[in-house]
Design a protein around this ligand. Structure first.
Ligand code: OAD
Ligand code: ZN
Length: 257
């Protein structure tokens, strides 16, 4: 389970960190209160702030960091059952983890839906508008086309239901870079068996790790990159991860050219 804290090392602000978090930087987005950026009512009143954020998160603006590639390595080794992410930056996909291994619980910019007629549109149909600071509109009914990001009060993607099968099967739960403040995602941390170890890697002690710890919990507080590097070192995978990062970085450099 991961959240915005795994992408801050890629240069993307998280939501709730005082000072640097998106919710402390409202002026930049011209929103009246933090959550407005993900509220439908505000969106229909003024969709611009959300599209400003969308433009900022455009694929290619940011790159995965060692944390994303750590999960890619777990996948390459056949050890990743699933990666549940709250992030909407798409960096899990960019790191090469197949979409079948992901549950993008708060949605994705990879597709969009007309808010009026519910037609679905692939990225290529509306990104150009976003990049030119235009609100994308449905070619059929002129409704606003909204990227498939989950707003407050909206249902989570159907794939989120996979948790019902996944969590009882897990024999280790890794939780990285999340405040565990947003439901229903946060409660997944409780969904593994009572004897299953849970490892929290985060700057702060959060969620049930703070108020209802389990006997097999392990908590590593501090910077996520530093902690992941240390974990990878203990696993003896340092060289392998470095090689993976180098290979993937070269690939991305090639795409930029
Ligand atoms: P938050 O901003 O709530 O929490 C990020 C957590 O990561 C905090 O506990 C930070 O201390 C920690 N953190 C940040 N940078 C770190 C670093 N370099 N090393 C270690 N820890 C670090 O973000 P989320 O939990 O992802 O909803 O927020 C959940 C949801 O709230 C988001 O998905 C978003 C928002 O409303 C939508 O996008 C729909
Ligand atoms: Zn439409």
């Amino acid at each position: 389970m991961v959240g915005a804290g795994i992408s801050t090392p890629s240069g993307i602000p998280d939501f709730r960190s005082p000072g640097s978090g998106l919710y402390s930087n409202l002026l930049q987005y011209n929103i009246p209160y933090p959550e407005a950026i993900f509220e439908l009512e505000f969106f229909f009143h003024n969709p611009k702030p959300f599209f400003t954020l969308a433009k900022q998160l455009y694929p290619g603006n940011y790159r995965p960091n060692i944390t994303h590639y750590f999960f890619r390595l777990l996948h390459d080794k056949g050890l990743l059952l699933r990666l549940y992410t709250q992030n909407i930056d798409g960096l899990e996909r960019v790191s090469g983890i197949p979409v079948s291994k992901l549950v993008e619980a708060h949605g994705t910019f990879a597709s969009a839906t007309c808010t009026v007629c519910r037609r679905s549109f692939p990225e290529k149909d509306w990104w150009a508008d976003v990049m030119m600071d235009r609100v994308p509109c449905c070619p059929v009914c002129a409704g606003i086309v909204k990227p498939d990001i989950v707003f407050f009060g909206e249902p989570l993607p159907e794939r989120f239901l996979l948790h019902v099968l996944d969590f009882p099967m897990a024999d280790l739960l890794l939780i990285l870079g999340t405040s565990l403040e947003v439901e229903p995602f946060a409660s997944l941390s409780e969904a593994v068996g009572a004897s299953v170890p849970r490892l929290l890697i985060n700057r702060d002690l959060v969620g049930t790790f703070a108020w209802r710890p389990r006997s097999r919990d392990v908590v590593q507080l501090g910077d996520v990159v530093h902690s992941v590097e240390r974990l990878v070192e203990l696993l003896g995978w340092t060289k392998e991860l470095q090689d993976l990062v180098q290979r993937e970085t070269r690939k991305l450099d090639g795409q930029d050219r």
